[in-house]
Design a binder for this molecule. Sequence first.
Ligand code: EPZ
Length: 439
Amino acid sequence: MKSGTEKIYQYAIQGGNALTGEVEIGGAKNAALAILAAAIMTDETVTIENMPDVRDTNVLLDAMAGIGVMIERPDRHTVKINGSMVRNVNIEHDLIRKIRASYYLIGALLGKYYEAEVPLPGGCNIGSRPIDQHLKGFRAIGANVRIEHGSIIAKAEKLTGAHIYMDVVSVGATINILMASCMAEGKTIIENAAKEPHVVDVANFLNSMGANIKGAGTDVIRIKGVSSLHGATYSVIPDQIEAGTFMFAAAVTGGDILIKNVIPKHLESISAKLMEIGCQVEEYDDSVRVRRNGKLSNTQIKTLPYPGFPTDMQPQAGVALSLSEGVSTITESIFENRFRYVDEIMKMGANIKVEGNTAIITGVEALSGAHITAPDLRAGAALVLAALAADGVSTIDDIRLIERGYEDFDMKIRQLGGIIEKVTDTKAVRKFRMRSRAV
Ligand code: EPZ
């Protein structure tokens, strides 16, 4: 780098513009990650469409290639996968630690090869992120599971269906047990199962490969083991959280956005809260329009498993309530450390007090631009919304965390009239600030 400009990786944002226009939502990251892993459970080729081109899916694909999975990418959002040449079940450590969804490879490899060795998952530091329910499910169908040298090692002579009662509603464990049990002998029943749209999407994908899964989307999922799975072509559902993030962007910036390529049913809890705080939400077949007229009002939010208000939308709601009239509360019932955006947004003038798993938010007239850091994926996205609404210029560090789950985030925001640039050195930041002063 030239002297005086060190390498940085930030968003520079000039706040104040209402976001207006149309945005296309991509495939759901949290469905795609599991579907990619499940695709290796057949020796035939699987084609996956509407694949999001984000860091997490790309890291998982690199790790899968590392164990011999054949991968073709005819275009940015289509992946062809063939798992017939998988030569070992020991996944490379350095790649896998970067993402939590690596644990889906255990369910897939165990379900197909009766063994798997995968490093303990990494992911966002939003809480302890235990995997006891995953291991409980694997053991229930007959696998011997141990943790050694930082990896999970699962082995089974054979896999036999079982009746499993989940102690906690867990998206990851529900999906992992679906994969591990879909070719087990006999029936598996998962009680107290997670009902998220991406759980249903993975079940539908496995069924398109010949699995026999019923009840996904309810508390009880029944799986009848089949002898093998075959190739398929499948399109990933739209990303509920990317859609919700742009819905809240309209609320936070006082804009008017048509969010396209969504399933409105998946957004009901988000739409309900936006209407409660004074936004207009119009639902169409595969799009929703969100407009804000006048000031936002306060409300109470508690995050819950689907169909409750999603924990992945909690930071975005926190930003909107920071600009709402009156006092609001947010209770985070899923993860224990998901208020990390609060310290950052306080630098912008927000008035939030966190007590245990509840944030008490006193709305302020306006936020002011500041130099802030993305603490994790969804908190980072929420801070972008805050900066877009704030007076003046903000810079946001560690945006790689945001790019784990948002494809072309800055481009989509620019297309809606937001002033945002990805900058990679301090000279670029200075130029951005000078241009903003000229505005
Ligand atoms: C998935 O994480 C998502 N990640 C998360 O999205 C999302 O926040 C979460 O589901 C809840 O919807 C992916 O799909 C890759 P859980 P997951 O198992 O599966 C406890 C994002 O921003 N638990 O449903 O790890 C756990 O501690 C990410 O895209 C156990 O106690 O979440 C938590 O309190 C962040 N034991 C609760 O259950 C277990 O074995 C829900 O976790 C597993 C989970």
